[in-house]
Design a protein around this ligand. Structure first.
Ligand SMILES: Nc1ncnc2c1ncn2[C@@H]1O[C@H](COP(=O)(O)OP(=O)(O)O)[C@@H](O)[C@H]1O
Ligand SMILES: [Mg+2]
Length: 344
């Protein structure tokens, strides 16, 4: 296959994608780099169509990864262009095994260096005359051979490709979802945590709390909860509790509602996973626990969550639950946030 391509029209870009479809196999990773508008999505469309995917392959705004089935191979399409950092991809819980699929990552230039191992890079660019160009850059001996055509197409070396995928933290298989319980805390625990006094908090807490709970970054949350529960002791059962993993016997984060349901039956969700326990599916498990709880509460009809527009990882966790965008609000601390609601 030629390395350098000049692509005057979108059709040419799609045709290059279709040509790539003929050489990809299960477990392959294709990384598309280049600026916005360079044709990364167009190329993925051509690749998907040639694999036999019939549904449209689009550049999703709210979903950073999609699995397209129905073709010769599942196509995992990751749009990482809008992500601020590689770490943001970490919360992706893809409902497909990358070992069985071809994974295409649309990546902003400059982020791809993280991908060390075997993969095909397609460098797309847009010239001043609006014509697109593409350069195929093989990373690893398997891709080198496949592009030169000899020897006959080697099967993808699974280990190294999986390692490349792990480097962008797209899990190789859906991780087993951890079990979590949300354990309520009391006024004295909130007050101690607000003061950063972990020992006093642990003297009163129902489960052992690690030092990150007393981190100054979390103090404002505890302060609000302490005041809330002092004014309305019944709120303790609704507001921020401990995300507890009963199998590991570990407090892995905090999660809860902002308060009891309002007159409309709305509760707003908030949660955070302590950094060392991120990327294990705890955010999703905590959200599931809160949504389940809300469903069981007769007074709750709507669950609300607010997510910063830049926080693609949180959106990817929340949207599969069926949350829909209802508006925007300005949070004093976090700035503009998009508000999502789920009707129960
Ligand atoms: N070779 C090409 N020549 C001209 N326009 C193209 C070409 N390839 C794609 N486009 C157009 O550029 C726009 C952006 O392409 P897209 O694939 O969404 O870019 P990216 O995913 O890299 O941001 C689309 O309207 C697409 O039709
Ligand atoms: Mg795109």
């Amino acid at each position: 296959m030629r390395r350098d391509h000049v692509l005057p029209t979108p059709e040419d870009t799609r045709a290059l994608g279709a040509a790539l479809a003929a050489v990809v196999g299960p477990g392959d990773l294709v990384v598309l780099t280049g600026p916005l508008g360079a044709g990364k999505t167009a190329l993925t469309q051509g690749l998907g169509a040639a694999l036999g995917v019939t549904e449209p392959v689009t550049s999703p705004t709210f979903v950073i990864a999609r699995v397209h089935r129905g073709g010769r191979l599942p196509l995992v399409h990751v749009d990482a262009y809008r992500l601020a950092s590689v770490a943001d991809v970490d919360d992706l819980d893809l409902d497909a095994s990358t070992e069985e699929s071809v994974t295409v990552v649309e990546w902003g230039a400059g982020l791809v260096e993280r991908l060390a191992d075997e993969h095909l890079e397609v460098r797309l660019d847009r010239r001043d005359d609006d014509v697109r160009t593409a350069v195929l850059v093989p990373h690893g001996p398997g891709w080198e051979q496949r592009l030169t055509g000899h020897p006959a197409r080697a099967p993808a070396p699974h280990g190294s490709v999986t390692a490349s995928v792990a480097a962008v933290s797209v899990p190789a298989a859906p991780p087993a979802a951890p079990r979590v319980e949300v354990v309520a805390l009391s006024g004295p625990v909130f007050a101690a945590l607000a003061d950063g006094d972990l020992a006093a908090a642990n003297a009163a807490a129902p489960v052992p709390l690690p030092p990150s709970f007393a981190d100054p970054e979390w103090a404002p949350v505890w302060r609000v909860r302490a005041q809330q529960v002092a004014a309305d002791p019944g709120a303790a059962g609704w507001v921020t509790g401990v995300v507890w993993d009963p199998d590991r016997r570990l407090a892995v984060g905090r999660a809860g509602f902002h308060g009891p349901p309002d007159a409309r039956g709305t509760v707003e969700i908030g949660y955070a996973v302590v950094p060392e326990h991120q990327r294990r599916g705890y955010a999703r498990a905590a959200l599931a626990a809160l949504v389940d709880r809300a469903r069981r509460e007769p007074g709750v009809r709507v669950v609300r969550v607010s997510i910063a527009p830049s926080n693609a990882a949180s959106r990817a966790v929340a949207l599969p639950f069926g949350f829909r965008e209802v508006g925007e609000e300005v949070d004093e601390v976090d700035g503009v946030e998009i508000v999502y609601e789920l009707d129960l």
